[in-house]
Design a protein around this ligand. Structure first.
Ligand SMILES: Cc1cc2nc3c(=O)[nH]c(=O)nc-3n(C[C@H](O)[C@H](O)[C@H](O)COP(=O)(O)OP(=O)(O)OC[C@H]3O[C@@H](n4cnc5c(N)ncnc54)[C@H](O)[C@@H]3O)c2cc1C
Length: 394
């Protein structure tokens, strides 16, 4: 069985490793000159414990399985993995019902060690945090997903597979007995093709003649870092109570594996699929994004939130105020702008943000259509799930 995989992010590489170990002849095609060049190398580095997700959803089950697999993988390969713990903080009494729902959901999802804390209890965990109550998840961890991806690529090579960098997939043709792919200057013949193309998902789907009911709308998440001694004000991870309507919204504080503390990410519309700043716009990408009926419907419904997020992106004072809600000792001078990441978020035709992971099978082609957070956490479990979807016999 010859399997082609589009994308050398954490997902494509996890799938490639799995398939190569099951005896397939695996080729990963990546357009960039390095692995983990997009979402995998531009995220918060949090190994989510599975607190928030709808019980029974792919996110909930694959996140829990993925955490266990990732913890073991990191231990086996000497990769960083630190259970710094997460506090979800209610900053007003009005947020208490939402916080209680989070605690219930965490229990339903089988997240271990979750505790409900009052204002005093939360300060024992995070002495500089402010709030009326919190949920504590002691096993939520941090890692370096780009390092995990590099290790997965090495595993693929060791199992006899190949990772071809600087090989953008340009054409795909499904025939009765295989899939023909043109990438870079080469042509490949596979028995199966699996697309894990992140922000490039729709382009790959279009090449395969597999337009779907969802399209990727890119949302940029911008980060500040806490400068100097301010980093000492945060021990682990401090999160707001999430708004169920906007799963990825709400600036949080995240300790990274290198000791830095990040504030962010926010969520602003990106002006290109790989629009890492306001200055990076692409007319071609924008045409694609704006011509999708779901984009306009989503904008009409959520424009107030959008305006608030854009204001926070352009006006540092607003961003600082959002962070100070949780750690009041921080000042604007403590926040220094640093990188950003762009989320590949699938939006339905009727303007809904698709919440769950979505995987579509079209004959010999498997397309990952939606793999937002916690897909990095869940990557090894998603790979197992896909391996079950793609039987290794023709
Ligand atoms: C700001 C931000 C914060 C996040 N925080 C977390 C977190 O803390 N924890 C967590 O679990 N998840 C987090 N996520 C989500 C996580 O990063 C992603 O779910 C995960 O990285 C998806 O991996 P991927 O391999 O699907 O995508 P990517 O890493 O984006 O990889 C896709 C690859 O496909 C390649 N590609 C695209 N088109 C083509 C083509 N035509 N030919 C060849 N190659 C192509 C791209 O170059 C890219 O390398 C975050 C994401 C963002 C953006």
């Amino acid at each position: 069985m010859r399997i082609g995989i589009v994308g050398a992010g954490i997902l494509g590489l996890a799938v490639a490793r799995r398939m190569a170990r099951e005896g397939a002849e695996v080729t990963v095609l990546e357009k960039e000159s390095r692995v983990a060049a997009h979402q995998t190398g531009h995220n918060s580095g949090v190994v989510h414990a599975g607190i928030y997700y709808q019980p029974g959803s792919l996110k909930a089950t694959l996140c829990r399985e993925g955490v266990a697999m990732l913890r073991e993988y990191c231990a086996e390969h000497g990769l960083p993995y630190d259970e710094v713990g997460k506090l979800v903080v209610a900053s007003t009494r009005a947020e208490l019902p939402g916080l209680r729902r989070i605690a219930e959901r965490a229990r339903e999802n089988g997240v271990p060690g979750v505790a409900e804390l009052d204002a005093i209890g939360l300060r024992e965990i995070e002495p500089y945090a402010a709030g009326v109550a919190a949920v504590h998840s002691p096993h939520t961890a941090i890692t370096d997903f780009a390092a995990v991806a590099r290790r997965l690529a090495a595993d693929v090579a060791e199992a006899g597979g190949s990772v071809r960098l600087s090989h953008p997939v340009r054409a795909i043709r499904q025939t009765t007995d295989g899939v023909l792919v043109a990438a870079g200057r080469q042509r490949f013949a596979f028995d199966r093709l699996i697309s894990c193309a992140g922000l490039g998902t729709d382009r790959v789907a279009d090449l395969a003649g597999a337009g779907g009911d969802v399209r990727i709308v890119p949302f940029r998440g911008e980060y500040y870092r806490l400068a100097g001694p301010a980093a000492g004000l945060v021990r682990g991870l401090i999160y707001p109570v999430p708004d169920p309507r906007y799963p990825f919204l709400g600036v949080h504080l995240t300790r990274r594996i290198d000791g830095e503390v990040l504030a962010g990410p926010n969520a602003v519309p990106a002006l290109a699929l790989e629009g890492y700043s306001w200055g990076r716009a692409s007319l071609r990408d924008l045409r694609g994004i704006l011509s999708w009926p779901g984009t306009g419907k989503m904008a009409a419904e959520h424009w107030r939130t959008g305006v608030r997020e854009v204001y926070g992106s352009l006006v540092k004072r607003a961003f600082t105020a959002a962070v100070r809600r949780y750690v009041p000792a921080l000042t604007s001078a403590d926040l220094v702008r640093t990188g950003s990441g762009v989320r590949a978020q699938a939006v339905t035709r009727d303007g809904r943000l698709l919440d769950d992971f979505a995987i579509d099978v079209r004959g010999r082609i498997v397309l990952v259509r939606n793999a937002p957070s916690p897909a990095a956490t869940s990557s090894l479990a998603i790979a197992r799930h896909i391996a079950l979807t793609v039987p290794l016999t023709s």
